[in-house]
Write a protein of this length. Structure first.
Length: 368
């Protein structure tokens, strides 16, 4: 038996044991679709695809979650994938080596929202116990990594604090008032106190954390579809900006509704008339293949204002995460380039800080 066959069988065996314990299956997953479904179940708290399986799904990014995800990625590589999905899988595998495990509560997702949305009967006690254990894990992990110079930035910290407040507010209403809810509220109060004393890092730049520059480079390589340095992209953006005529009225018509509250990947796709039906593997984009979606856009459906917005987004993304712009610098740049007010700038900056690299995609896939 050759080495590849042995590796394949071992991967299937591990997959069966890791995933099978949380979802009864009649046989070992033998298709790409089955592996993708298991991957979605593993991400269930990050983006719910099966409410029934929530109790059995691991919370991020504990060892159970990370081990399952690694095996699923490995198994998925054994199938013939189309080029776009193959590149996304390679990107996700590269990300495994970076800092996700150091920040177990991703600040772009309220992990506990599915908890209150599915709070019912006996399952509430199981969910409460599971969540209490996870909150302790998050606190321990953040404490250890803060000591090792790995820290959340203030935007990430404030966002998680808002998530905790929202969950507490919902659990405190009478319909949730049982013993399990009270125990969980005690832990949430403790966690909130911990966050209140947490000291964030001074910069909002991804590149200013350990291995952050390499991690960011991997992101822009994926979202742009090209291996170019941030400096090269910045030079391209400057050249592409030269012949753009800024129409404030047209910019306003595109951005006023989009930037009212919080920008999402779905809204970014809608802004550029991009398809949302492209199936992907990344829970952060709600399983839309963002790169393929932007590649499908008909340029004839866009205006010079779209181009201006796309290039500005890419410039700010690179400015924050590569050049270490301050919040104030980014805010002033957005005011100068897109005539955004403080609230609109806040929405856009928060999106770029919480979703590094995504804002590179419109400019690099459509105009550069």
């Amino acid at each position: 038996m050759n080495l590849f066959k042995i590796t394949q069988l071992l991967s299937i065996f591990i997959l069966f044991n890791l995933v099978g314990c949380s979802e009864p299956i009649a046989h070992t997953p033998d298709s790409k679709q089955q592996v993708v479904e298991h991957l979605k179940l593993n991400n269930n708290w990050l983006y719910v695809t099966s409410k029934k399986q929530l109790v059995d799904s691991p919370l991020p990014f504990n060892e159970e979650y990370l081990e399952k995800r690694h095996v699923l990625y490995d198994h998925l590589q054994q199938f013939n994938l189309d080029n776009s999905i193959q590149k996304q899988l390679e990107y996700l595998i590269i990300e495994e080596r970076f800092a996700e495990r150091f920040y177990p509560w991703p600040p772009n997702q309220n992990v506990l929202l599915p908890l209150v949305e599915n709070w019912q009967g006996a399952a509430s006690e199981i969910l409460a116990d599971k969540t209490i254990t996870w909150l302790k894990f998050v606190e321990d992990t953040l404490t250890q990594n803060r000591n090792d110079k790995l820290a959340l930035n203030r935007i990430e910290l404030n966002q998680i604090n808002e998530f905790v407040f929202d969950v507490k507010k919902q659990l405190e209403v009478s319909s949730y008032a049982n013993k399990a809810a009270q125990q969980l509220l005690v832990q949430l109060d403790h966690f909130h106190a911990f966050l209140s004393g947490y000291r964030p890092r001074s910069t909002i730049s991804m590149s200013q954390q350990p291995n952050g520059s390499s991690w960011y480079q991997a992101k822009i390589n994926y979202y742009s579809g090209q291996s170019k340095s941030p400096n090269e992209w910045l030079n391209d953006i400057v050249v592409a900006h030269i012949d753009i005529i800024k129409s404030e009225e047209e910019l306003s018509s595109l951005l006023d509704d989009t930037l009212q509250h919080a920008l999402t990947v779905d809204q970014l796709l809608t802004l550029f008339n991009a398809s949302k039906t492209r199936d992907g593997l990344d829970w952060r984009t709600h399983y839309v293949d963002v790169v393929a979606a932007f590649q499908s856009v008909e340029l004839s459906s866009l205006t010079p204002a779209h181009r201006k917005i796309a290039l500005t987004l890419a410039n700010v993304d690179l400015g924050i995460h590569y050049q270490s712009w301050s919040y104030q610098h980014a805010e002033q740049f957005l005011k100068d380039q897109l005539n955004l007010d403080q609230q609109q700038s806040k929405v856009l900056i928060h999106f770029i800080v919480l979703q590094p690299g995504v804002s590179i995609a419109p400019a690099t896939q459509l105009y550069l």
